[in-house]
Design a protein around this ligand. Structure first.
Ligand code: 5GP
Length: 330
């Protein structure tokens, strides 16, 4: 047994220090990014925020709104089985995720990105599956995860992933940390995995744990190339679910609700997710505009006139600690 004494941080453990800036308005900030991917060699341009591939938020109606703003939709996995044609519009802003058993289906989709995601991206079987998907689809932009450490980020990239999905345990409806004790504070996971990926000219998605636009800002500032959100998109008109007494249900994909819906029960598998009630929030369009405006504002506070520069303009301050410490780019 080993103990790692290094301090690891969540989004709530830091704030970003304001800096002098020559910008005069949020309107000057460019949120669009262009990424060129390591293996596929393809280019993508858009706002690098994606909906989680969860039943409630990965819907065709959500895709209509997100694609209008040039954000990415990751459809819920069940659409891959039957109704993938419901996501025919704006294909460059879709990322289909599937599990190890979905390789053949994924290889037949023709969208911007495809990906393999499992709760635990640390198994040899998973790495072999990423290699298999790369062999089948040499020209596809492939995402794979989830992992939280630099070593495994590099391994997935060398196995053929262009983008690594980072996050174990931070999700708003995730109970992995409680059920298993496994996890990694999300901001540190993002910083360390981004550093590993960027060294190989690959990219990462910061997946889960964002509860506000400020958290999304911190993820980008920590080096995330894409940020995936679930709970922040829940409770809207575009979600799968009904409004009852002013609330909508939002459930994890490893929750009892999801297992029952998709008949996923078996003898050795318990739940690692929960169901929560989210206050009804109206149109997703308003929430997205609010998120984008928060990110623009953050960029003006630190003098970044494009999202690309946010990370290098950031100095994080450690907060919620007895001794505040400054680290990052002074
Ligand atoms: P959020 O943005 O809601 O904080 O996090 C969304 C992420 O939580 C998803 O993209 C996915 O990685 C993760 N997630 C979704 N459902 C479950 C679940 O049932 N259990 C766990 N452990 N993680 C989940």
């Amino acid at each position: 047994m080993l103990i790692n004494e290094d301090i690891k941080l969540d989004y709530s453990d830091v704030l970003i220090r304001p800096k002098r800036s020559r910008m005069s308005s949020r309107g000057e900030v460019r949120l669009f990014r262009t990424h060129r991917f390591l293996w596929s060699k393809k280019k993508w341009t858009g706002i690098p925020i994606m909906s989680a591939n969860m039943d409630t938020v990965g819907t065709p109606s959500m895709h209509n709104v997100l694609s209008k703003h040039k954000l990415i939709t990751c459809p819920a996995k069940h659409y891959l089985k039957n109704d993938s044609n419901k996501f025919n519009k704006g294909k460059s802003n879709i990322c289909w995720f599937g599990g190890i058993d979905d390789i053949s289906k994924l290889s037949k989709t023709s969208t911007g990105f495809i990906g393999l995601d499992v709760a635990n991206g640390y198994t040899i079987k998973f790495v072999d599956s990423v290699k298999k998907l790369r062999d089948k689809c040499p020209n596809a932009t492939i995402a794979a995860g989830n992992v939280v450490t630099a070593d495994m980020t590099q391994e997935l990239i060398l196995a053929g992933a262009d983008i690594v999905k980072v996050g174990i345990g931070p999700g708003s409806v995730c109970t992995t940390r409680i059920k298993t004790g496994i996890g990694y504070p999300q901001l540190s996971a993002v910083i360390e995995c981004a550093d590993a990926a960027h060294g190989l000219n690959a990219h990462i998605i910061a997946d889960g744990g964002c509860t506000s636009s400020g958290d999304i800002v911190k993820a980008f500032a920590g080096g995330a190339d894409f940020v995936m959100i679930g709970g922040m998109l829940a409770g809207h008109d575009e979600c799968d679910g009904t409004i009852e007494d002013g609330v909508m249900k939002f459930y994890g994909m490893a929750s009892e609700s999801a297992m029952t819906r998709h008949s996923n029960h078996n003898n050795y598998r318990g739940t690692e997710g929960k169901t929560v009630e989210i206050e009804y929030r109206g149109k997703a369009d308003d929430t997205i505009k609010d998120i984008l405006s928060g990110i623009r504002s953050a960029c003006t506070y630190v003098g970044a006139n494009k999202l690309k520069d946010l990370s290098k303009c950031t100095t994080f301050l450690r907060v919620n600690n007895t001794h505040n410490t400054v680290f990052g780019n002074e």
